[in-house]
Design a protein around this ligand. Structure first.
Ligand code: G6P
Length: 534
């Protein structure tokens, strides 16, 4: 394989040049900066003025997006072309949230009719479960849903439930089991009554080892309590519905989706069924509407006002221009606790690749390490490194303007978010630090340690409130940002070949751990297997 030439060099040179001027000083020399670098997208406010670009470099980045064919790639995606070439599939998650009467087609074949029909089934099912029209085998209402799935079949629904779950009385409780570690399953069913629990098994392939293991545990739990009737509490969501039926799920309880829905983009399909049941159809529909509004923004806003494109360019600038290979995501909202985990899959599984879509080794870096915790908790843990560590880590701050609950606490939360972004941007004048220590005998030793360099980039996203609509828009914003980055980096964001080897090896190791024939391994692996077998 040969190395591929890249046109990121011009951007890199400009980005490095820009570091001669502190970001905060640019506001004076670039009066239009704040206005030009903040965008409103479907009610979300996105401030990119704290990113380390000059206005000139931003324009260069926009030229790069144009040269890399972002507009054409976006059209190809929405037109249902086979953009996931390595798997021969279209990628059409926008079709899942389009309103009635849309006309999406995957590879030329219409899909919107099927999408609408499935949505109607989901809606009818969710409403019938909530109203008590559909009951369990003993006639009891379903008071809980156990959602079983992993990766893309878990993280989206889990994030949505955490973000939107009712505070007080919950007509329907929602629990999740993803890990094959039986501890998670045991915790998920704690306190639940099988007679009033609906089990939704979600797996695009319906071959995922962890999910099938948990589905078997759930089926056993239902059967122990309800006998053979327990199977009537099983639902499945899959792009391989025949496999779900072979597992024993009644055909009218199998909800299909399609191979043109990527796992980590699948929340909007029947993968969201358990959220639709537990939160109610109106909330699920509003989530879809928020995402659809972001789709329209992504399609229609000019590149310089286009939130997903600008956020992608800021990331490219930091990664490829300034060698910043990590990014922190800090939601100042406890309910968005799972956003960093969701984005880890979305971004790192999509773009954590070193080979381009054309099979050539890429000559540039791609996806940074994404991590994060809610604010203010993260402040008391790893923010030390963000403020004073040797490496600069750009941060996404997510603030929610109108909180729910105690207003005074919400103001404290927001104040902390604003202050942290300011501290990263502005830092502290070293002279002020020294002046404060004027009488200190160890002034020369202490002052540098108390220095805040600042000039550390962030993006600040403000949501009007944590509504289903705003959450849908936020998730879709990150989906499209991830896609644009993939286009600029020249890779296929929609496959994940890197997860296959470990899965295949685990099958062999399992048989060895269970007493089967020992296979040849490297010495370290052989020793570990021997240790675990005894
Ligand atoms: O939905 P499933 O087919 O069960 O797949 C669940 C997950 O496992 C795979 O290994 C992939 O890494 C994920 O992208 C996927 O979402």
């Amino acid at each position: 394989m040969t190395r591929k030439p890249t046109d990121l060099f011009a951007l890199r040179a400009a980005a490095q040049n820009d570091t001669a001027v502190r970001i905060v000083e640019r506001f004076a020399s670039e009066p239009a900066r704040l206005k030009s670098m903040t965008v409103e997208a479907t009610g979300l406010h996105i401030d990119l003025s704290r990113q380390p670009w000059s206005m000139t470099t931003l324009n260069l980045a926009l030229d790069l997006a144009e040269a890399r064919g972002v507009a054409q790639a976006r059209a190809a995606l929405f037109d249902g072309e086979t953009v996931n070439r390595s798997e021969g599939r279209a990628v059409l998650h926008p079709a899942l949230r389009a309103g009635e009467g849309a006309a999406y087609a995957a590879g030329g074949g219409p899909v919107s009719g099927e999408v609408e029909a499935m949505r109607a089934r989901m809606r009818a099912f969710a409403q019938a479960v909530r109203s008590g029209e559909i009951t369990g085998a003993t006639g009891q209402r379903f008071e809980a849903v156990l959602h079983i799935g992993i990766g893309g079949s878990d993280l989206g629904p889990r994030l949505v439930w955490q973000a939107l779950r009712p505070r007080g009385e919950r007509p329907v409780e929602l629990r999740f089991a993803a890990n094959v570690d039986p501890e998670e399953f045991a915790e998920a069913i704690r306190g639940l009554d099988p007679a009033s629990t609906l089990v939704v098994v979600v797996s695009k392939t319906f071959t995922t080892q962890e999910t099938l293991a948990n589905a078997e545990l759930a089926r056993g739990w239902l059967r122990d309590a309800l006998g053979g009737d327990g199977d009537a509490h099983l639902c499945a969501v899959s792009a391989a519905p025949a496999r779900a039926e072979a597992f024993g799920v009644r055909p009218d309880r199998v909800f299909a989706f399609w191979d043109w829905v990527g796992g980590r983009f699948s929340l909007w399909s029947a993968v969201g069924l358990s959220c639709a049941v537990a939160l109610g159809w109106e909330a699920f529909e509003a989530l879809l509407a928020g995402a659809e509004a972001m789709d329209r923004h992504f399609l229609e806003a000019p590149a310089g006002r286009n939130a997903p494109i600008l956020m992608a360019l800021a990331q490219v600038l930091n990664v490829n221009g300034l060698d910043r290979h990590a990014r922190a995501v800090i939601p100042y909202a406890q309910r968005l606790e799972l956003l960093p985990a969701f984005l880890q899959q979305l971004e790192m599984e999509s773009n954590g690749k070193a080979v381009g879509a054309d099979g050539q080794v890429l000559a540039h870096a791609t996806c940074p390490v994404v991590f994060g915790e809610p604010g203010t908790n993260g402040q008391h843990a790893f923010f030390q490194l963000l403020h004073q560590g040797p490496q600069v880590i750009p941060v996404d701050f997510i603030l929610v303007r109108r909180g729910s609950g105690e207003a005074a606490s919400h103001h404290k939360l927001l104040a902390n978010g604003v202050a942290q972004a300011e501290a990263l941007l502005v830092g502290r004048d070293p002279a002020a630090v020294r002046a404060e220590l004027a009488d200190h005998a160890e002034r020369d030793v202490l002052a540098p340690q108390k220095d805040f360099p600042g000039d550390r980039p962030s993006t600040v996203i403000t949501l009007p409130e944590l509504s289903p609509r705003a959450l849908g828009a936020l998730i879709a914003l990150y989906e499209h940002k991830t896609f644009v980055e993939g286009v600029i980096w020249g890779l296929n964001s929609f496959d994940q070949w890197g997860v296959e080897l470990g899965k295949a090896l685990a099958r062999g190791v399992l048989s060895e751990l269970e007493g089967g024939q020992v296979q040849p391994h490297d010495p370290a692996t052989a020793a570990l297997i021997a240790r675990l077998r005894t």
